[in-house]
Design a protein around this ligand. Structure first.
Ligand SMILES: Cc1cc2nc3c(=O)[nH]c(=O)nc-3n(C[C@H](O)[C@H](O)[C@H](O)COP(=O)(O)OP(=O)(O)OC[C@H]3O[C@@H](n4cnc5c(N)ncnc54)[C@H](O)[C@@H]3O)c2cc1C
Length: 401
């Protein structure tokens, strides 16, 4: 079981947060390796459709964004982390543009949408494949630098070693260890595994199994709100090929509303995620829901209220998926029901994304505090970028100290 040559920074996970961290650490002059469970492309981040929040509208500010985050989290988010998240959001967007992300524009400015729980329009989009665009640009940026790639490296344990940390992996060739001065854990959440255990549907990629959180806890890290899992209000419920698909929240930003069996609006369709999911579940429990042709509980999402133009600009992928499955959302309502989606809590971090273990950083869905117990849509890709960048820079600096 040979140990590889010591590195400055080892990043575990190749979603948006790991990629942002790896690019930043590399640009800060560190010797970096990016290890990931399967291929570099395999992650939840690439599946993200809706968009990324930043207070860039004329009527908006980072302070208003922060207030929306605190309110949506029911004041359970860590205000220090929220201030960093919303304060650095505009510069994070410009950094993404610099690495090659082209956000959708309207009349010369960004096309901004209002997402659930937000008081202003602040969701930037790349059509409805925002996560794909962000991860591709970051991957290209990392591959253009001098960092190493370690695909098919499944982290199994982490322990202190001379001058830093030793990570043990399972690889196609057998066990391997990697020593690094600092480690950035960016291995995402656990909702795929959790949904399987509960016998439920999930929006998540099969690699979202959560064992890296357990590994960090075993190494002595602290966590918070791990029990707070988020349901996406609008899972696809029919046809079978769309079951577990996350219908972008931007459908509701562009006019779709939730209706019960009697065609009545029963909730604010742009409320906070937990409130909307709860309202759907309660409506079904009251007997006012509908049943999919295979007997699953659901309500209607009336997508026929979305204009053709908005759909073509901001929902082309969703339209293609549904039309390919034989349903045209612009002429008929679609079945929806909440589906397991996101791990709100995670490892405790400080403003520089360092966990309670010295030299071990965490960013993205594996970290807790930024969203408290209820995340707003569009703030996860933002968290990945803002705290990924911070983790990369801080880990590189620490490695050289
Ligand atoms: C369908 C869908 C739509 C979404 N839409 C949006 C949206 O519009 N806006 C928004 O802000 N958020 C959205 N989200 C949430 C957001 O995309 C994710 O929370 C975020 O991208 C997570 O990024 P991450 O880098 O933390 O983790 P991930 O992108 O999940 O990446 C984790 C990485 O870690 C690797 N890994 C896991 N375990 C191990 C291990 N043991 N060893 C090595 N590597 C490991 C994985 O293979 C993967 O590469 C959406 C999520 C989904 C699933």
């Amino acid at each position: 079981m040979p140990a590889t040559a010591a590195l400055d920074v080892l990043v575990v996970g190749s979603g948006a947060s790991g990629l942002a961290a790896a690019v930043s650490a590399e640009r800060a002059g560190a010797r970096v390796a990016l290890a990931t469970k399967t291929t570099l492309q395999a992650c939840n981040s690439a599946k993200a459709q809706g968009g990324i929040q930043a207070a860039l509208g004329e009527d908006d500010s980072p302070e208003m964004h922060a207030e929306d985050v605190m309110r949506s989290s029911h004041d359970t988010a860590d205000p220090r982390l929220v201030q960093v998240l919303t304060g650095e959001a505009p510069s994070a967007i410009h950094w993404l543009e610099e690495v090659g992300v082209e956000f959708t524009r309207d009349n010369g400015g960004y096309r901004l949408a209002r997402c659930g729980g937000a008081t202003r329009k602040r969701l930037l989009q790349v059509g409805d494949r925002t996560g794909h665009a962000i991860t591709k640009a970051l991957r290209d940026a990392y591959e253009a630098g001098g960092g190493a790639e370690l695909p098919h490296h499944v982290l199994r344990s982490l322990e202190p070693a001379e001058g830093g940390w030793r990570a043990s992996f399972e690889t196609k060739e057998g066990p391997a260890t990697v020593d690094a001065a600092t480690v950035i854990l960016a291995a995402g959440g656990r909702c795929f595994a959790e949904a399987e255990a509960r016998g439920e549907l999930s929006t998540n990629h099969p690699n979202a199994t959560g064992e890296v959180t357990r590994i960090a806890l075993d190494a002595g890290a602290e966590a918070r709100d791990l029990d707070a899992l988020q349901y996406h209000p609008n899972g696809g419920a029919w046809p079978p090929t769309m079951q577990g698909y996350s219908i972008p929240e931007t459908t509701r930003a562009y006019g779709a509303v939730l209706l019960n069996a009697d065609g009545e609006e029963f909730t604010d369709s742009l409320g906070a995620r937990d409130a909307v999911s709860q309202a759907i579940v309660e409506e079904v429990e009251k007997g006012k829901g509908v049943s999919t042709p295979d007997g699953r509980p659901a309500v209607w999402l009336d997508t026929t209220r979305i204009s053709e133009e908005d759909a073509q600009i901001s929902l082309p992928y969703m339209l293609r998926r549904y039309r390919g499955a034989g349903i045209d959302p612009l002429t008929e309502r679609i079945y929806t029901y909440p589906v397991l989606h996101y791990q709100n809590g995670g490892l405790v971090i400080d403003e520089h994304a360092e966990t309670t273990l010295e030299g071990v950083f965490a960013c993205g869905e594996i970290a807790g505090g930024t969203h408290g117990r209820n995340r707003m849509m569009g703030n996860s890709l933002l968290e990945c970028t803002v705290f990924g960048r911070r983790a990369g820079r801080a880990a590189a600096e620490r490695a050289r100290a």
